[in-house]
Design a protein. Structure first.
Length: 398
């Protein structure tokens, strides 16, 4: 049976010449300018209860280029300018579909510096990438090869806050295929003391990347606070802070990438909890630790890799009392403060490790969903029948 090929983005660092850096910086500025102009035009039309689509903003771009004030838009490639209009169209589509908020204007200081090129805006031959308006190819560090015979469909060039330059190539990767099916399943409970606790009893340590660099980060931030606003020294100090943040983010992403790949390869079904992290970080005492654990990024990686390799990820309802439910007999405990790490069931006398017990309950709930399609809802103490979760727990008893 034929399978759809996976489209993957391969990201590399590169080192531009002075001329290339200047050209890309101009392009970033023009992309931001066109996006903001188009957003302003669509916002004004929205106030008049009118709608402007991509075609209308594309026609506006042609007019803008002919004006004396915006003649500089002709100095850069037109491809990234058209692409930013398409991105704005996507943003409005998501807004009207109630999947996101109303689009916001791009800031020169805070917004991501990037430009996207389609096939008409670059040339890729013999592993040499040359962008439009440039005479020399980019000096790319090929940290890993592209898939054999792959041809990029789009190329995105970006510069992060630390001043590093990156190029991302979107290609079809024929090497990504569904893995052989297995009968293994695992429940995964995320935490702060341990990053993950599996239903097998394995606990994966929380690396706490931000905590390891907290002293260096605090020193750099104090140094930044002392600099005069708008000075060159402030820009240098801001870049030092950004470099520390980039180091933390890179290490965190690398660790999660390896961990999620391992879990997806070893298990056919992976059961997680549907947490609302954006609400949890409102807790001032735990916000820093939760952000450092990157639970949302972990789930995102797990889901797209499962889709690549033919695995299944089941998200259990966030109100499911996985920590308070006895995985042995199904009895429900009234309260479970965060400080309680082990507890004994008053019904069957089994002593539980809080996190391992939660992971086992998540696995049982996920199996119930896979077996009978039952929804996973909070366990109630009212008599009369068992939930699908409790039935699954009962089937495991000797």
């Amino acid at each position: 049976m034929a399978t759809n090929q996976v489209r993957r983005a391969f990201k590399y660092r590169f080192y531009p010449t002075d001329a290339q850096a200047a050209e890309l910086s101009r392009t970033f500025g023009c992309v931001r300018k066109v996006y903001n102009l188009a957003l302003a035009a669509r916002t004004e039309a929205w106030a008049r209860q009118e709608r402007i689509n991509y075609n209308a903003t594309s026609a506006m771009l042609t007019v803008w280029k002919k004006t004396e004030e915006l003649a500089f838009l002709n100095d850069v490639s037109s491809v990234p300018l058209q692409q930013t209009l398409r991105h704005l169209q996507t943003a409005f589509t998501n807004f009207f579909g109630k999947r996101s908020k109303y689009p916001r204007f791009k800031s020169r200081k805070k917004s991501r510096k990037s430009a996207e090129y389609t096939t008409s805006g670059f040339r890729f031959r013999d592993d040499r990438l040359t962008l439009a308006k440039m005479t020399e190819p980019l000096d790319i560090v090929w940290s890993r090869p592209l898939p054999e015979g792959a041809k990029p469909s789009t190329v995105t060039v970006s510069q992060d806050a630390a001043g590093r330059w990156f190029v991302s190539m979107l290609c079809e990767d024929a090497s990504v295929k569904p893995l052989p099916q297995t009968d293994t399943a695992v429940g995964i409970d995320v935490g702060l003391e341990h990053l993950l606790t599996l239903s097998t009893g394995e606990k994966i340590a929380n690396p706490r990347h931000e905590r390891k660099d907290r002293a260096r980060l605090a020193k750099a931030q104090r140094n930044l606070a002392k600099k005069a606003k708008g000075s060159a020294n402030q820009a240098k100090a801001r870049r030092k802070v950004a470099k520390i943040h980039a180091r933390i983010a890179d290490r965190r992403r690398d660790g999660l990438d390896k961990l999620t790949t391992r879990l997806v390869r070893e298990n056919q079904t992976l059961v997680i909890e549907d947490l609302t992290v954006r609400n949890m970080v409102r807790n001032r005492k735990l916000a820093r630790a939760i952000s450092d654990a990157a639970w949302s990024e972990f789930r995102s990686m797990l889901e797209y890799k499962a889709q690549w390799y033919g695995r299944e990820v089941i998200a259990v309802d966030r109100f499911f009392p996985s920590s308070r439910l006895c995985s042995r007999c199904g009895a429900l405990r009234d309260k479970m403060p965060l400080g309680v790490r082990t507890w004994t069931c008053g019904n069957c006398g089994t002593t539980h490790d809080r996190d391992v017990n939660a992971a086992m309950n998540l696995l049982a709930a996920g199996r119930a969903v896979a077996a009978c399609g039952a929804g996973v809802r909070p366990q109630r103490r009212t008599p009369g029948g068992q939930s699908a979760t409790k039935q699954e727990v009962s089937r495991r008893e000797p």
